[in-house]
Structure formats: structure tokens, C-alpha cells
Design a protein around this ligand. Structure first.
Ligand code: GAP
Length: 440
């Protein structure tokens, strides 16, 4: 049996996600739209569990509080943050087939990879990744606003609101989960690079000079969070940024990468953002964003910031990639695909199944489902052979299946099947609650 993920391609995972109701292409009946995906019933449960896991890890501590800021913000925010002038990718088009490429992703000396045409690329242009829209009824340049390309700026502009209302002393952080939008030139690899995605970001405000030490602490916390979600450590690595690849706001940065079937890819960035953003907002807004440090003789300064920024969708992709097992390949009879998702994140925790549609069995199974379902996300499944129902729950990643059979009528016990080992145990109905509590 495969004890480690043996996912070979993103296509395999994409197919499972569609087949089992995790993720669908956006607007599929119209032919889809590039770089946008919809989360189905199981996908949204998994995503919510990942967000909850992050939110708990971040905010069940004294020095971090939460925020939910708006997606649409004053356009000057993006001038100040540097996104209007600097948030762009170099772009070329093939003059022959009109295919668009990121100039840094292809060899411009070679023929177009799509149509084979030689010497046919346009000059390199800088393409800003922010989506524009209009605020209000009048369309003119003064009403142009942007869909936020990162959630972080909502935190920066609220720094003093949060600090003063929560009476927070440095160091402290503000955490936020929300949608971000980037008009990526080359979205792809399923949900790895999309145009609409969710970020889970935290800005930790610190005294200038302490940023190195604090960054080291957050690096450890963030690494451990990925392990707590069940990702295998050998599939994770650090990718520090050298001076050439630092974002315009950072004096130090490192990514956490996961080894997907497409290769290593960034899932999280940890950035030392200095006082770049708060200083810029102070300058552009004309409002002071300084902090008065009572612990240091009322010294006034603009805090430095350590940012942790993780993609919710990329974490979900890593969790699914890591969980995937095709077991007993080669023996078609016994073959199964099973998603060994950490029980805490699994979209459904327990499936309740009467062996057949006989009313005596259904009556007991419904009762059990009602009880279990009030404590855990549970599913009632009565259609198809028991083997097929197990396979379906395996592909969804359901840790436990509870089967009510004819013996139940005699012994008041059910069979509980473990997803990973497929071992089956007979458990008395009145002990089921404790059994599941223990295991989950
Ligand atoms: N506030 C800092 C920031 O936005 P980033 O490295 O550009 O930093 C942080 O993005 C995280 O957001 C990435 O590590 C990734 O997980 C996710 N992310 C960025 N662009 C994405 C895209 N186009 N599709 C899906 N996730 C993306």
C-alpha cells in the first residue's frame, strides 16, 4: 500500500476534484474563464477548515487581533504602496498567433512555442497586474479604483485604528483572510496561479531593530503550521530571496515552497517589510501613523513590519497533493484512490451508511446520523453497494464510515471503518460518541 502521496500529475488531481465535487471550473457551461475556479461542497468545507486552522493558530494568542477590511479601497492606497507604478510583469505577444507570454518565462531568441513563428515577438511592455474598475455612476479617470492585489494594505491603513481601540502595545499583529485579485498573464497549473484567490495575511508591528529576531520567530511558527496540517516535512523547503528578487518593500524575505507534481512552488512568503508601507501611507495621506512607545521614554517612531502571507488556495492544493494515494495500482479489483487528509481538515468527518434501504436499518442509521451530525460534518449515504460507498468516501477523505447492518438489530452495535487502514471495528451505538471523540 502506498504510504506516501503518489500523485503523478496535476491533471489527475483536477479530475478527482471535479468528479468528487471539490473544485469546478468557473462558468463552465459558458466554456470557462481563465484563471478562475469555483469550490464545490467538499472544496468549500476543506477551505473553511484551512482558514479556521490558520485563524486559530494566528489569533488564539494575546498579541494578534483580527480584521476584515474592504476589497475596494481609496485609489491613493495603491499609489502609496507602489502597486500602481511597480506591480507589473514584462509581457510580449506573438505577432503571428497573438499568444501572450511573460517575457521572463520564455526564450525570446527562439520561435513562438505555440505557432513556431520566428522573430515574431512584440517589444516587451510592462503589464500592471491590478484589475481596474469604476466607483459610482460616472466613468472618468477620477473614479478609477482597483480590486486589491493583496489584503495587506487594508491592515496598514487600519494600523492606528486597531492599535488605539485595542490598546495594543508593540509588538503586536493584525491578521486578515480575504480575496485578492491579480490579472496574471499566465494563470495555470489548476488553482496554483489564479486571477482571483484568497490570502491569509498577518502584519506584525515591531520596534525598528528587532525585525531580524521577530522574523526568525515567525518563520518557525509558520513552518510548524504547515506540518500541523499534515504536510510531510520533506515536501517543504525554504526559498530565501536574494537582493535581486526582493519585492520593492522588503529588506529580507523567504518563501516556504511545497513540492507539487509540477515541481517546487511557493505557498507562503515571510517578508520583512521595514517601515515602507506605513511611511508611504503617512506621506500620501498626510496623517501621522507613528507609534508612541511608552516603554521607551515616549519615543515616537514608525514601526517596522514582519509579514506572513500564505495563499489559502495554494495551501489547499498542497493539502490535496499530499493526501492523494492510488493504492494497489496494478490490481484493478483492489485499487482505490484515497485522500488521506488530516482529520482536522477533512471536509466530512463521518459517513453513516445503512447496509441496505430496509426501513429497520434506515431508522437506526437516521438516528445515528442525527446525533453524529450535530457534532461533526457528517454525510448520510444509502445509494449503491457498500464497496462503492466506501470508495466514494475514500476519495472525499472521510476518516470514518459507520455502517448499520442486520446484526445491529440484534447487538445494538455498528461497524466503524477507518479510512487509512480500512480496518473495521464493532462498536456499541452508545459508545460511538466517545469512540469518535477519541479518534477525531
Ligand atoms: N502581501 C504580500 C504578498 O501578497 P505574495 O508573495 O505576492 O505576497 C503571497 O503573495 C501568497 O499569495 C503566495 O505565497 C501565494 O500563496 C498566494 N498567491 C499569490 N499570487 C497568487 C495567484 N496568482 N494565485 C494563487 N495564489 C497566489
Amino acid at each position: 500500500m502506498a504510504s506516501e502521496s503518489n500523485l503523478k500529475s496535476m491533471a489527475e488531481l483536477t479530475a478527482l476534484c471535479k468528479r468528487r465535487g471539490f473544485i469546478f471550473q468557473s462558468s463552465e457551461i459558458y466554456g470557462g474563464i481563465g484563471g478562475c475556479w469555483d469550490y464545490g461542497p467538499y472544496g468549500v468545507e476543506l477551505k473553511n477548515n484551512i482558514k479556521q486552522s490558520w485563524w486559530n493558530d494566528m489569533t488564539l494568542r494575546e498579541d494578534v487581533v483580527g480584521l476584515d477590511s474592504s476589497i475596494l479601497m481609496h485609489p491613493t492606497v495603491w499609489k502609496a504602496s507602489g502597486h500602481i507604478d511597480g506591480f507589473s510583469d514584462p509581457l510580449v505577444d506573438c505577432k503571428n498567433c497573438k499568444e501572450r507570454y511573460r517575457a521572463d518565462n520564455i526564450d525570446l531568441g527562439k520561435p513562438c512555442p505555440k505557432c513556431g513563428s520566428k522573430d515574431s515577438f512584440t517589444d516587451i511592455r510592462q503589464f500592471n497586474l491590478m484589475f481596474k474598475t469604476e466607483l459610482g455612476a460616472v466613468e472618468d479617470s477620477s473614479s478609477t479604483i482597483y480590486l486589491r492585489p493583496e489584503t495587506a494594505q487594508g491592515i496598514f491603513v487600519n494600523f492606528l485604528n486597531v492599535q488605539s481601540t485595542m490598546r495594543k502595545k508593540l509588538p503586536f499583529g493584525i491578521a486578515q483572510i480575504g480575496k485578492a485579485f491579480r490579472n496574471e498573464i499566465t494563470p495555470g497549473h489548476f488553482i496554483f496561479r489564479t486571477r482571483e484567490f484568497e490570502q491569509m495575511e498577518m502584519q506584525f508591528f515591531v520596534k525598528p531593530g528587532s525585525q531580524k529576531e521577530v522574523m526568525a520567530q515567525w518563520k518557525e511558527i509558520r513552518w510548524n503550521w504547515h506540518l500541523k496540517n499534515g504536510l510531510r516535512e520533506e515536501k517543504l523547503r525554504w526559498a530565501p530571496h536574494g537582493p535581486d528578487s526582493l519585492a520593492h518593500y522588503a529588506d529580507d524575505a523567504t518563501d516556504i515552497e511545497y513540492e507539487f507534481p509540477i515541481g517546487w512552488g511557493e505557498i507562503e512568503g515571510i517578508h520583512s517589510r521595514t517601515d515602507f508601507d506605513l511611511s508611504a501611507h503617512e506621506k500620501f495621506s498626510g496623517k501621522s501613523l507613528s507609534y508612541i512607545d511608552q516603554a521607551d521614554g515616549n519615543k515616537k517612531y514608525i514601526p517596522y513590519v514582519i509579514e506572513t502571507s500564505v495563499g489559502c488556495d495554494r495551501t489547499l492544493l498542497a493539502v490535496l497533493s499530499d493526501a492523494y494515494r492510488l493504492e494497489n495500482a496494478g490490481d484493478k479489483e483492489k485499487e482505490r484512490t484515497v485522500m488521506k487528509i488530516d482529520a482536522k481538515l477533512a471536509p466530512v468527518k463521518v459517513a453513516v451508511m445503512p447496509l441496505s434501504k430496509k426501513s429497520q436499518l434506515e431508522e437506526i442509521a437516521r438516528k445515528i446520523f442525527k446525533n453524529v451530525g450535530s457534532a461533526y460534518k457528517a454525510e448520510y449515504d444509502v445509494s449503491g453497494s457498500i464497496g462503492k460507498r466506501y470508495r466514494r468516501q475514500d476519495e472525499v477523505g472521510t476518516p470514518f464510515c459507520v455502517t448499520v447492518d442486520f446484526d445491529t438489530l440484534e447487538d445494538q452495535a455498528v461497524t466503524i471503518r477507518d479510512r487509512d487502514s480500512m480496518a473495521q471495528e464493532r462498536v456499541n451505538i452508545d459508545q460511538m460518541e466517545n469512540y469518535l471523540k477519541d479518534k477525531l
